[in-house]
Design a protein around this ligand. Sequence first.
Ligand code: HEC
Length: 206
Amino acid sequence: MHSRLAVDFFYIANNCCLAGLQNQLSKSFPSLLIMIKTYGMGKNSNKIAWFACYVICCSLISFSFTNPRYEEPVPYPEGYRGWTHIKTAVVEPGNPAFNHFGGFHHIYANKQAMEGYKTGYFAAGSIIVFDVLEAIDTNKLLLEGKRRQIDVMVKDSIRYALTGGWGFEEFHGDSKTERTVTTTAVTACYSCHSNKKTLVFSQWRP
Ligand code: HEC
């Protein structure tokens, strides 16, 4: 567990720092060039060295303020009902997951996630939605009832590095804003999903 945390931490630090620093330095690079042109390389190499230090320090400071939080909230998956339907299942009373997941669940994947289902590699931007609806038995005909919640997974290896590169979220009922997953629940989602190498349980059937 600890070594895994350490690896994850190293991964985030590495990715965030490299990406952010590159960005900051590339922004300050033009002013460095102008400075070199203005003072000339030979005469004022000391000044230039100091200025380079100054630019790097400023970059580091401004980077530490502007660096986005890696565990950003998972956005509501607008339009997912128009995505590819992967599968449906019914969780019946008596199943240990019934309290939270009882009823129908339909799984939907966006384009990138579809590629992932087919190739086994889920690229950044893959989104999968687990749509949970009540199941109502009318004369041995199971019909969909109200929506209970949607569970969402979004692939972004930098933002969600702590949970295996996938962000996890749950939206209550039909709400697009009422989030029910807390920080610890995210770990709960992940601890179960991490039983799969890709973190994705369901499979594509043609
Ligand atoms: C105890 C294990 C377990 C936990 C905890 C769990 N899931 Fe799942 N999840 C599954 C299984 C198993 C499936 C596949 C269901 C199927 O094939 O019908 C699944 C499917 C999904 C899917 C569709 C993609 C896939 O992996 O097949 C999403 C999205 C999802 N879960 C999100 C969540 C979120 C968000 C949480 C936390 C609130 C969560 N899950 C907690 C076991 C779990």
